[in-house]
Write a protein that binds this ligand. Structure first.
Ligand code: COA
Ligand code: AMP
Length: 629
C-alpha cells in the first residue's frame, strides 16, 4: 500500500490504525482500546498489560530466534568485536534483573544508567524494563554536575555505571565523575553497580558499590513483570531553555507499538535483518534505534564504540556495514560531513563491499543538500533525512522507505508519518498556507510512543509545549510546508542549539558563564559551523574593575562549561565585549548576533538601544574567525 493510503487510513481511523499496529506486540492483557483521553495530552493503550523486555528479547527466543545475534559490539577503539545471541541476551538480562531485584529494585523505582557504548548498557536498560523499573540513561559526555542534576530529579534507588568510557586518545574516568555527582546531589542512591572494564578498574566504595559480575553470583534470574500500558518505561533528560533539563517520559505500550511500526515502515527492517544506528545510548536515537526498536523487531543491532573518523580512519562506517552486513544505517549529517572532509572522493568507500546496504537514514540536525548529494553519489543508494525529537521518540516527518520511497527533495525530511498532523502556525496560532514560514506544531493528540508529560514537571510540560498554541504540541522548530506537503525545518524558536547532532541549551551555558565571579553579563549563541552544524560562542561583559586579563577569564569560562556541562558542549569560543546589543526594554538581541556571525544580511532592529554595539560584536566575531569563509 502506498504512503498516501497509509496516511489517509490513519487519519480516517486512528483508533483502528493503532489497534492494528498493536497486534504485533505480545500483551499480557490486550488493551481494550488505543487512545485514552487522560493526562495532560492523552495516553495510549493505558489498560493493557505488557512488558518491554519480553517483547524485545524473550519472545524472539520463544519464536526460534535464540541463536540469532541480538547485539553486535564493534569497538574500533578497543580493536574488539563480539556478538550476543538473543538467548544469551535473555539469560544475561534475567540474571542482572534478578540481582537488581535482590537489592530491592521493584516496578516504578528509578535507576540511572551512566555507561559508554558497550552491550552492558543495553542489558542494564532491558533489566530495568524486565522489572518495570524506570531507567534514565545519562550520556557519558556530560560532567558530574549534569549527572547530579539528573540524580536529584529522578531520585534513583540505584545507579548502574561503567568504570570508564573510551574516547579516541583519552580514557573517560566514569567512576570519579559518578562519585562527584553523588556527592553533589541531595538525593543519594541506595547502591551503585559498577561494570569494570579492563581498560580501567575502578575502586569500589564498600557498602555502596557492587561489582556487576559479583553481585549476580548465585542469583535467581528474574521473569518479566507485566506493567500497565501507561507505566513509564524510561525518563530521558533533554535540553530546554534553562539549566534544568526536561525529563521526557516514555510510556511502555505506546513505545513498543510505535517503534515496532517504524522498523518496517520507515527503515524497511524485518526480523533477522541487521540495523545500525551510529549514535549513543545516552541520546534518544540510542534508546529508540540502538536498543529498543531493532530488538522489538527481532533484528540485530550494532553497538558501535568509535567515531566516524579517526578510529582508525574515515572508512570505519563502511567496514562495519560490510563486516556485519548492515541493511539500514542511521547516522547524523555531521558524521557524514566528517567522513566527506577526510575522504572527499570516497576512495575508502570503494575498499568495501556494501551490497547488504539498502539505505542511509539521517537525523538529529538539518541535513544540508550538499552532504546528501555527496553520499548519494558515493553510495548510489537512497539517503533519507527524517525529523524528530527526544520528545517524540520516533520520526515525525520522514520518507517512508519501508512503505514506498517517496521522491527525495533535498533539504526536506519529506512527509508526515501516520499519527502526526503537522501544521505551520502563525503567531496567532492560525494555520498558514504552503511555502509560508511559521512555528511547526502537531495537532493533539500525539501518536503512541511520544511524551505524555515531563517527569516531576507537568506544569512545565504544559507551558513548554501545550499552552502557546491550544490544541497543539509546539515543537520548538520553525519551518514551512511546500505545495506537495514536504516539510522544511528552518530554525529553532527557542534557545536550543544543535552541535554535532547533540541538543544543547545556550541558556544552560549562560548560567555557567554567569557564575564566573568576573562576569557581569553574558550571552551564548549558536553560530553556523561547517562540520558540527552549529558551535556555541560566548560573549562576556566583565564587572567594572576586573583585574583578571580577558584571556584568562575566557580560559576559565571555557573550563567551567567543560567541568559543569561536559566536553560534549564543545564550548571553546568566547570573547570579552564592552556591551551586549539589547532592545530598549533590555532583551539581548541574540538572533541579530547569530546573523552577524553567520554572515547573513540583517536589518538593525528598530527597538535596538544602541546600534553601534553591533559593530563591536562584528569585530569581536571576526576576531574569532566568524563568519566562516
Ligand atoms: N563520553 C565522554 N566524552 C565524550 C563523549 C562521551 N560519550 N562523546 C563525546 N565526548 C567528548 C569528546 O571526546 C570531545 O572532547 P574534546 O573536547 O576533549 O575533544 C567532545 O566531547 C566533543 O565530542 P564530539 O562531538 O564527538 O566532537 P569531535 O570533535 O570529537 O568529533 C564528529 C566530531 C563530527 C566526528 C563527532 O561529533 C561525531 O561523530 N558526531 C556524530 C554524533 C552523532 O552521531 N550524533 C547523533 C546524536 S543522535
Ligand atoms: P533531539 O531531541 O536531540 O533529537 O533534537 C531534536 C531537534 O533537533 C529538533 O527539534 C530539530 O531542531 C533538530 N532536528 C532533528 N532532526 C532534524 C532534521 N532531520 N532536520 C532538521 N532538524 C532536525
Amino acid at each position: 500500500m502506498a504512503y498516501q493510503d497509509v496516511y489517509a487510513g490513519w487519519k480516517s481511523d486512528p483508533e483502528g490504525f493503532w489497534m492494528g499496529a498493536a497486534e504485533k506486540i505480545d500483551w499480557d492483557r490486550a488493551p481494550s482500546r488505543a487512545y485514552f483521553d487522560q493526562g495532560p495530552a492523552g495516553e495510549w493503550f493505558a489498560d493493557g498489560m505488557v512488558n518491554t523486555c519480553w517483547n524485545a528479547v524473550d519472545r524472539h527466543v520463544e519464536a526460534g530466534r535464540g541463536d540469532q545475534l541480538a547485539i553486535i559490539h564493534d569497538s574500533p577503539i578497543t580493536h574488539s568485536y563480539r556478538g550476543i545471541t538473543y538467548r544469551e541476551l535473555r539469560d544475561r538480562v534475567a540474571s542482572l534483573a534478578g540481582a537488581l531485584r535482590a537489592k530491592g529494585i521493584e516496578k516504578g523505582d528509578r535507576v540511572i544508567i551512566y555507561m559508554p557504548m558497550v552491550p552492558e548498557a543495553l542489558e542494564a536498560m532491558l533489566a530495568c524494563a524486565r522489572l518495570g523499573a524506570i531507567h534514565s540513561v545519562v550520556f557519558g559526555g556530560f560532567a558530574a554536575h549534569e549527572l547530579a542534576v539528573r540524580i536529584d530529579d529522578a531520585t534513583p534507588k540505584a545507579i548502574i555505571a561503567a568504570s570508564c568510557g573510551l574516547e579516541p586518545g583519552r580514557v573517560v574516568h566514569y567512576k570519579p565523575l559518578l562519585d562527584a555527582a553523588v556527592d553533589q546531589a541531595r538525593h543519594k542512591p541506595d547502591f551503585c553497580v559498577i561494570f569494570q572494564r579492563e581498560q580501567e578498574v575502578a575502586e569500589l566504595i564498600p557498602g555502596r558499590d557492587y561489582n556487576w559480575h559479583g553481585f549476580q553470583y548465585g542469583i535467581e534470574p528474574a521473569d518479566c513483570v507485566p506493567v500497565e500500558g501507561n507505566h513509564p518505561a524510561y525518563v530521558l533528560y533533554t535540553s530546554g531553555t534553562t539549566g534544568q533539563p526536561k525529563g521526557v517520559i516514555r510510556h511502555t505500550a505506546g513505545h513498543l507499538v510505535a517503534l515496532n511500526w517504524t522498523m518496517k515502515n520507515i527503515y524497511g527492517i524485518d526480523a533477522g535483518d541487521v540495523f545500525w544506528a551510529a549514535s549513543d545510548v545516552g541520546w534518544v536515537v540510542g534508546h529508540s534505534y540502538i536498543c529498543y526498536g531493532p530488538l522489538i523487531a527481532g533484528a540485530t543491532t550494532i553497538v558501535f564504540e568509535g567515531k566516524p573518523v579517526g578510529t582508525p580512519d574515515a572508512g570505519t562506517f563502511w567496514r562495519v556495514i560490510q563486516n556485519h552486513r548492515v541493511k539500514s544505517f542511521f547516522t547524523a549529517p555531521t558524521a557524514i560531513r566528517a567522513v566527506k572532509r577526510e575522504d572527499p572522493n570516497g576512495e575508502l568507500i570503494r575498499d568495501y563491499n556494501l551490497s547488504s546496504l539498502q539505505a542511509v537514514f539521517l537525523a538529529g540536525e538539518r541535513a544540508d543538500p550538499d552532504t546528501i548529494q555527496w553520499l548519494e553519489d558515493q553510495l548510489n543508494l537512497p539517503v533519507i533525512d527524517h525529523w524528530w525529537q527526544t520528545e517524540t521518540g520516533w520520526g515525525i516527518v520522514a520518507n517512508p522507505f519501508g512503505i514506498e520511497p517517496m521522491p527525495v527533495k533535498k533539504g526536506s525530511p519529506s512527509v508526515p508519518m501516520p499519527g502526526y498532523d503537522v501544521q505551520i502556525l502563525d503567531e496567532a496560532g492560525q494555520p498558514v498556507g504552503p511555502d509560508t514560514l511559521g512555528a511547526i506544531a502537531l495537532r493533539l493528540p500525539l501518536p503512541p510512543g511520544t511524551l505524555p508529560s515531563l517527569w516531576n514537571a507537568e506544569d512545565r510540560f504544559r507551558k513548554s509545549y501545550l499552552d502557546h498554541f491550544p490544541g497543539y504540541y509546539e515543537t520548538g522548530d520553525a519551518g514551512y510546508v511546500d505545495k506537495d506537503g514536504y516539510l522544511y525545518i528552518m530554525a529553532r524558536t527557542d534557545d536550543v542549539i544543535n552541535v554535532a547532532g547533540h541538543r544543547l541549551s545556550t541558556g544552560a551555558m549562560e548560567e555557567v558563564l554567569a557564575g564566573h565571579p568576573a562576569v557581569a553579563e553574558c550571552a551564548v549563541i549558536g553560530v553556523a559551523d561547517s562540520l558540527k552544524g552549529q558551535m556555541p560562542v560566548g560573549f562576556l561583559c566583565l564587572k567594572k574593575g576586573t583585574a583578571t586579563p580577558d584571556e584568562q577569564v575566557v580560559r576559565e569560562v571555557v573550563k567551567r562549561v567543560r567541568d559543569q556541562i561536559g566536553p560534549v558542549a564543545a564550548f571553546k569560543l568566547a570573547c570579552v565585549v564592552d556591551r551586549l546589543p539589547k532592545t530598549r526594554s533590555g532583551k539581548i538581541l541574540r538572533a541579530t548576533m547569530v546573523k552577524i556571525a553567520d554572515g547573513e544580511a540583517f536589518k538593525t532592529p528598530a527597538t535596538i538601544d544602541d546600534p553601534v554595539i553591533l559593530d563591536e560584536i562584528t569585530t569581536a566575531l571576526q576576531g574569532l574567525g566568524y563568519p566562516q569563509r
